[in-house]
Ligand binder design. Structure first.
Ligand code: HEM
Length: 209
């Protein structure tokens, strides 16, 4: 038995689809620029094209990020991202135990999806880290690289541009790892396709509990 919950309104689906597509373009063009061969000016995509595409995808993802934050401020979706600091560590442990062995013994999900709480604690914690720390740092450092004239000249004798670059690449790396783990955890619904279907139709198919 299952029932449907409307968890992903149109604006979230629009933001998420844009975000996922642009993120993939950013990863491919980012890797392409980083490993471009100096002689041929080429790795996966020609260097000048990779820059153009990277800047374009970055602009679109920034606009869609503003949509995400605005949507979360103006609608009740924002509540899903409010961490209860008194309970989070204990709940993270329970969820972690479920993913480590409960899940393999077909135990029920410790935090079943409801309208009030659509994310389990691990999802919530990681989403907050990715969306409210990772993404802003990635965007700000990206803007700093695009407009080097506004970037600080240096800290303790180390080039500001180099530090901005390291921050940008580190955040890009962490968020890429996040995306890979995110893809895997999105297969852990009642069926492997349940959560993906939810993000397309807006409706999450929840088990009766
Ligand atoms: C091809 C790439 C991706 C796929 C297939 C995918 C898939 C999904 C699915 C199925 C959900 C709904 C399940 C859930 O409630 O967690 C979801 C939610 C979410 N995803 Fe992704 N995702 C992708 C990329 C990304 C990226 C790159 C980010 C961030 C950098 C991201 C951030 C999120 C967030 C924050 C949510 C929760 C949205 C909300 O309901 O408020 N996803 N994703």
């Amino acid at each position: 038995m299952s029932h449907k919950l409307y968890l992903y309104p149109k604006w979230i689906r629009l933001w998420h689809a844009t975000n996922a597509l642009m993120f993939i373009i950013l990863i491919i063009t980012g890797i392409s620029m980083q490993y471009t061969d100096k002689e041929t000016n080429y790795f996966i995509i020609r260097f000048d094209r990779a820059i153009l595409l990277h800047n374009f995808a970055a602009l679109i993802i920034t606009i869609s990020y503003i949509l995400f934050v605005t949507g979360n401020v103006l609608t009740k979706n924002g509540k899903q991202y409010r961490i209860d600091w008194k309970k989070i560590w204990k709940e993270l442990f329970i969820q972690f135990k479920f993913y480590s062995y409960g899940m393999f013994k077909s135990e029920p999900h410790p935090f079943p999806v409801t309208e009030e709480r659509k994310f389990n604690p691990l999802q919530q914690f990681v989403y907050v880290l990715a969306m409210y720390i990772g993404m802003p740092l990635l965007i700000v450092s990206g803007v700093g690289l695009l407009f080097p004239e506004i970037t600080i000249k240096g800290i303790f004798g180390i080039s500001g541009l180099l530090l901005t670059d390291v921050l940008h690449i580190t955040m890009g790396f962490f968020l890429s790892i996040f995306m890979i783990i995110h893809l895997y955890t999105c297969t852990l619904g009642s069926k492997p396709t349940t959560l993906f279907k939810g993000m397309i139709t807006g409706y999450h198919e929840a088990d009766e509990h």
